[in-house]
Ligand binder design. Structure first.
Ligand SMILES: Cc1cc2nc3c(=O)[nH]c(=O)nc-3n(C[C@H](O)[C@H](O)[C@H](O)COP(=O)(O)OP(=O)(O)OC[C@H]3O[C@@H](n4cnc5c(N)ncnc54)[C@H](O)[C@@H]3O)c2cc1C
Length: 382
């Protein structure tokens, strides 16, 4: 079989690329080793900017229609903790949605198929010949292509095949706890429970997704830290919930998000996720859509065109990495002690910096925008 564009991985990055290309009349095929609907370890927190981007991709359906199907809850209460002490609890103006990735990703691949795309799920690729433009599946089937979009996640098989690697990854542990075993209001973020990282509680329709992740290897065993955390917040019957672990890109990304002249890396496979918050759903959709645009633009070099389109993502990640210093213990202890007195600050940060994409990383945009006078006032209040 021949497809002008072959996509490996049917997560948000691969599906976004496939949908955009199909809508423009380019025949594509998505190969995924898993059978959809499939699970993907993820907190499933969706920011407004991600919703807007998805709505722009699925532009022949009303926003309500899409989110009625994929949303697992809408949340307006945000709580920040300094260890287990509540530092701030605010009602945010721009709500967050939560999704079950099984439902969300399945929605995207089904929509892709509706647009005429071919989904070969439950199919493991076993060999890739980039120059010969050929992929062989475990089933023995051969697929030929002009361009390959590698959207096969944080442990990308394609990246390994072509000898590219990414450092700096965030290791996360997660469980989904039934409402019978835990009770919680709003979205909770806990600092100072694990190195430079945080723990989260994201409510969904019938469960709570609780997880922990750090940009640095913690001094203590992550499992032990997570177990202690779950006990401290009052999760019952812990033995029912085996911990699951996965990586998310933590600041390491491909400087050249391509290989040769016909392989483009998108989403986690390229290392495109926010290294502080771990938010990856936004950049995966964005980079998938940019990969499609690069192919559609028919420039002299598709890969170089794509590299240019990825610069805003890379700039954003670099800028977030520069502000990571603020998340080292003495500094965040300092601002967490103060945020309680300034709910507007947290609200502003959430509504403007996390929910809208305005160029550079959330913290550095905030530092640029909030006038010095405000900071002086902020620090003088206590
Ligand atoms: C614990 C955890 C919590 C997270 N929470 C959030 C959150 O709350 N909000 C947020 O925005 N982001 C979150 N993220 C990040 C987010 O999950 C990822 O950034 C996002 O899934 C990336 O999408 P993707 O399409 O690039 O890759 P993926 O979603 O990983 O999709 C990759 C696809 O490729 C397939 N695949 C893998 N290998 C192969 C292979 N060899 N051959 C064929 N197919 C293959 C997989 O089956 C999968 O379908 C979290 C991540 C983790 C680990």
């Amino acid at each position: 079989m021949y497809y002008p564009v072959l996509i490996i991985g049917g997560g948000p990055a691969g599906a976004a690329a496939g949908i955009a290309l199909q809508k423009a009349g380019v025949q594509t095929c998505i190969v995924d080793k898993a059978q959809f609907p499939r699970q993907k370890l993820c907190g499933g927190l969706v920011t407004r900017k991600t919703k807007d981007l998805l709505n722009s991709l699925i532009d022949d359906r009303a926003e309500n229609e899409i989110w009625q199907e994929v949303s697992a809850g809408v949340h307006t209460q945000l709580k920040l903790y300094n260890r287990f002490e509540l530092a701030s609890s605010v009602t945010i103006g721009v709500p967050f949605d939560t999704v079950y990735r099984k439902v969300y990703d399945n929605y995207l691949v089904r929509y892709y198929q509706e647009k005429g795309g071919t989904l070969l799920d439950g199919n493991l690729p076993v060999s890739l010949d980039v120059e010969g433009k050929k992929l062989v599946l475990k089933s023995g089937e051969e697929l030929n292509f002009d361009y390959l979009i590698a959207a096969d996640g944080a442990n990308s098989w394609v990246r390994h095949q072509v000898g590219l690697s990414i450092d700096k990854r965030l290791f996360c542990l997660e469980i989904n706890v039934s409402r019978d075993d835990f009770n919680y209001e709003g979205i909770g973020i806990y600092f100072d429970v694990i190195g430079v990282g945080y723990a989260w509680v994201f409510p969904k329709n019938d469960c709570y997704c609780i997880g922990i992740g750090s940009t640095e290897k913690p001094k203590k065993d992550t499992k032990a830290i997570f177990g202690d955390f779950l006990q401290r917040i009052g999760v019952r019957n812990l033995e029912k919930y085996p911990f699951q672990g996965a990586f998310v890109p933590g600041g390491g990304f491909l400087k050249k998000p391509y290989y040769g002249d016909n392989v483009l890396f998108a989403g986690d496979a390229a290392g495109f996720a926010d290294p502080l918050t771990g938010e990856g759903l936004y950049w995966s959709l964005y980079s998938g859509m940019q990969a499609a645009e690069a192919v559609l633009a028919q420039p002299d070099s598709v890969v170089r065109c794509y590299a240019v389109k990825c610069r805003p993502i890379q700039k954003n990640i670099r800028s977030v990495m520069r502000t990571r210093i603020l998340f080292h213990k003495p500094l965040y202890q300092f601002w967490l002690k103060n945020v309680g007195a300034h709910p507007n600050f947290v609200r502003y940060f959430s509504d403007h910096q996390l929910s809208q994409y305005e160029g550079e990383g959330a913290v550095s945009e905030l530092l640029k925008k909030v006038p010095r006078r405000y900071f002086q006032h902020f620090f003088q209040r206590r």
